[in-house]
Write a protein of this length. Structure first.
Length: 330
């Protein structure tokens, strides 16, 4: 729906949409993203900042995924590539829980753009860094301290650390431990989500799609600072909705299932599919998987390295038809 240059496209395009709205409506309404610079386009500006201020910035590849290539920098010499990056002013006073930094992964579903119809799921994930937080510059290269992406824990071999909890578990904890007004925090977050969606049309009109023919699910990463102020770090198209249900990632599995359960009826097509259409699609899916050998085992096969066998496909379709029947789609 929003495209590669939209609100869930590259990190540079997300900043450009936000900057466009900020210029039109002012910083009073649009102050929910950290100050950012596009590199190499604005490299000179960042270099000037570093000459008078050694505070860290976080450098992200514009098209990066799973925290690949992300690092903290406080010198222009730390940028040694000509690839396109977004340099984001690092928030040094994050809210900490159990001495660790965390961010919220929220799920925003857009089912129509004309008229706009977007919904924010009440459940989400709280993703923690693997190590205790520190502002010591000596820790800047330790991504387990400063990054809250689960992929960082995977690559650092710290999978044994429980690094997630449900959003619904965080709210009572904040009320109890910090006396936080969680209702006001959530209201601010929902206001920001509306602005994110509306910013899609800042430079161009919304694309017109026939209602019920497509939808988009966006994973929005939000950080709370020590004053409970929410900041949007980035938006992700195609967020992960599968996690192996291990002891350390039960929350991930529960949140993903909750989102999928509620997403299906929202994304329902606006006419009843015929049984023969379901059967034909099932046949084509099987042929596609067979052609690409996706039913074979391997490190990169299927979901998270699991095998996609014909039995798996049959079971998925049984569940799909069951859900369709539940909502009177077939």
């Amino acid at each position: 729906l929003t495209g590669s240059r939209g609100i869930s496209g590259t990190k540079v395009s997300q900043w450009e949409m936000y900057s466009c709205m900020r210029e039109k409506f002012g910083p009073e309404e649009f102050s929910y993203m950290p100050e950012s610079l596009v590199i190499p386009k604005e490299r000179a500006s960042l270099e000037a900042i570093f000459q008078s201020d050694s505070a860290p910035w976080i450098l992200k590849l514009s098209t990066g995924k799973r925290a690949m290539g992300v690092k903290l920098i406080n010198s222009i010499k730390d940028i040694q590539s000509e690839q396109e990056y977004i340099a984001q002013k690092y928030i040094e006073n994050p809210l900490l829980v159990t001495a660790r930094k965390f961010h919220l992964r929220l799920y925003l579903a857009i089912t129509n753009l004309q008229p706009v119809r977007a919904l924010l799921h009440k459940e989400g994930l709280v993703l923690f860094a693997s190590s205790n937080y520190s502002r010591d510059p000596k820790t800047y290269r330790d991504l387990t301290v400063h990054l809250t992406n689960a992929a960082v824990a995977d690559r650092s071999k710290k999978q044994s650390v429980v690094n997630s909890m449900l959003l619904s578990e965080l709210w009572p904890l904040l009320r109890k431990e910090f006396k936080a007004d969680t209702h006001s925090i959530w209201q601010r977050i929902t206001d920001i989500m509306a602005k994110i969606v509306l910013s899609q049309q800042c430079e161009n009109d919304f694309e017109v799609h026939t209602s019920g023919t497509c939808f988009e699910l966006i994973g929005v990463d939000v950080l709370l600072d020590s004053n409970f102020v929410p900041y949007v770090l980035e938006c992700n198209n195609g967020p992960e909705l599968y996690t192996e249900n291990t002891e350390t990632r039960k929350a991930n599995d529960m949140a993903h299932k909750a989102v999928l359960q509620d997403l299906l009826p929202l994304a329902a097509i606006n006419r009843t599919p015929q049984p023969q259409e379901i059967r034909e699609f099932q046949k084509r899916l099987g042929e596609f998987l067979d052609y690409h050998k996706l039913q074979k085992c391997g490190e990169n096969a299927g979901f998270g390295g699991k095998c996609l066998t014909q039995l798996t496909i049959d079971e998925l379709w049984r569940l799909f038809e069951e859900v369709c029947s539940l909502y009177d789609w077939i």
